[in-house]
Each structure stands twice: as structure tokens, then as C-alpha cells.
Design a protein around this ligand. Sequence first.
Ligand code: IMP
Ligand code: MG
Length: 176
Amino acid sequence: MGIDVSEVLIPESEIKDMVKRVASDINRDYKGQELVVIGVLTGAFVFTADLVRELTVPVTVDFMQVSSYVGENSTGNLIIKKDISTDIEGKHVLLVEDIVDTGRTLSMLREMLMGRNPASIKICTAFDKPDRRVKTLVPEYDGIVIPDKFIVGYGLDYNGLYRELKEVCVVSFTDT
Ligand code: IMP
Ligand code: MG
């Protein structure tokens, strides 16, 4: 089975406009405050880098790597592969994700980080597939809403590949 990623869903210019729009909302909301940005690895490394360079509020940046799985007798578990080194107690935290799909990962991650007593936690995602949600999760900063398709590029991968694409493409599977 082959992979085809030639269908561009979101061109580079549209992504750039989205980053500027989201950043200006964040700059407005956090004016006069300091922000701890936590990028969720690996997918969010591209969006995080672009986003923080549009911010005008003082910001520190850290990264976390997590994965979630649904076991037979559980609604979901969070595995922390890499934790942040920042103490977020009393701080305003912005979680930055590449895409929200079922919402499982971010709802568990937010819950876990709440236990560390930050002043606030908000979620910012580049892309959003609300049709696939199983957990109620509404990102405070929602980049671009997309249909239920598997996408790659702008940090998003298929089996580790295509993260470097400047635009977002749809993955289709071919017989050849
Ligand atoms: P969740 O289902 O909201 O917990 O999303 C888990 C993770 O699945 C996301 O952070 C992405 O890494 C990955 N993911 C979901 N949809 C896509 C997609 O269309 N392309 C690439 N990765 C995806
Ligand atoms: Mg991810």
C-alpha cells in the first residue's frame, strides 16, 4: 500500500495568517502578565516556534512529551515520556498542541498539570477535528478547524514522516 500526500488542505499562507490571529488574541488576553508556554512534543514544535515569535508578552518556553492510551478497563491513561523542568505553581500556563482529535491527550494532560497549582491553564491548538471528540474539550485558542481527515505537515506526522512540510496535506492510501 502506498501513501500519497499531494493534496494540500491548508496552504502555507493560511497557516501564517492563523498564527498571527491566534497570537494577537493571546497578546490581548495576557497583556501585563507573564506566560509559560508548554509545547506538546513532538508535533507542536513547529507551531510553538512560530507562535512564540509573534508574542509580545514576556514568555518562557518548555516542552513535554506524553502519550495516551485507552485500556480495556479504563477511559484513558496518560504516560509522561518527558516532563517540563519549569515549576508552574502560580504561573499562567498555555498548552500548545498541533492538533486536538479525540481530546483525550489534552484533557488528561490539563487535569494532571492542574494538580501542580498553576494560576491558570489554557489550551492553544493549531488544528482541530471537533467531529472526532470523545472528551469535552474546547481549546481557548483554536487555530483552524478541519474535517475528519488524517493530515500531515507543519509538525504533524505519519509514522514519523512529513513533519517538515510547510503546508498541511491530506494523507491518502493507494493500492500501488
Ligand atoms: P487526541 O486524540 O486529541 O488525544 O490526539 C492525540 C494525538 O493524535 C495528537 O496530538 C496528534 O499527535 C495525533 N493526531 C490526531 N490526528 C492527527 C492527524 O490527522 N495527523 C497526525 N497526527 C494526528
Ligand atoms: Mg501530538
